[in-house]
Design a protein around this ligand. Sequence first.
Ligand code: 8YV
Length: 323
Amino acid sequence: MSKPKLLITRRWPKAVEEAAEKDFDVTLNEKDIPLTIEDMQNALKNYDAISPTVTDVLNSQAFEIQNVRCKILCNYGVGYSHIDLPSAENLGICVTNTPDVLSDCTADIAMTLLLMAARRAGEGERELRANKWIGWRPTHMIGAKVTGKTLGIIGFGRIGQAMASRAHFGFGMKIKIFSRSKVSDDVLSKYNAEQLNSVDNLLKQCDFVSLHCPGGEPNRHLINSSNLSQSKRDLILVNTARGEVVDEVALADALKNKVIRAAGLDVFDGEPKINPVLLLAPNLVMLPHLGSATLETREEMGFRALQNCKAFFKGEVPLDKVA
Ligand code: 8YV
């Protein structure tokens, strides 16, 4: 029996590309350039399986085609808000993601941003490299203390809980959370966490807020000028979820007008383009979507995507089926 034709839309670590070759007739994107919507439409017509990433255009328009061959989109990544699930379902295409394997590294990056923003690490490094450091003094580059403060977590799935674990057990932080569904008392009690009933309340009560909810339309601008204006004045906001969750113009304004203290972003609305207002915003640390960027995790993400794809072609329900 011939192997299913699989398109891997971006380069993967070597070990997983090699593993893919064993079970699939693989096409790699040798130049690692993001596919256009037309490329994606052609791929949907010519491959049995596609493993896309966050950089792929899989909106409803991408699926407006005839003669679709693709049967599974085994997404490389946990977030899948770039895939229009109803359109995929209409065409009978199965969609899977890669949860679990990137929770630790994404929480590590959220903690990195939290610490960098609080302790002004980016600013400090820039000062030093610009040869502007005039030496130690008691009032130099004063930041915000992290240990013992209150952290608000929005979205309390695997990554949110990994963040709570680091903050609570590593930094003695008090944890408050917002989640649309009721989190079980068992889970909350692990971190001595309190579930609040709204994002607005969370922003009012916390020194730090870290976003770990899905992206997409339902959560677009969950953080906006209205709730930022009611937040604690010293709030530090961290976003490793999806860019659209934060109204970036409102965030830049809040930073400029000292409505909040600082922020750390790993994700951007319309990335890799960065809204120029962010580049001008003070007290903002930015990273280029590095949440899952460790070799171990990027390999595990590939193995998990392949595992889902193999299960599908064996006639099983893939472990991480989301549609
Ligand atoms: C991934 C992520 O690297 O998994 C996710 O949802 O945000 C990233 O860490 C990226 O999405 C790859 O598709």
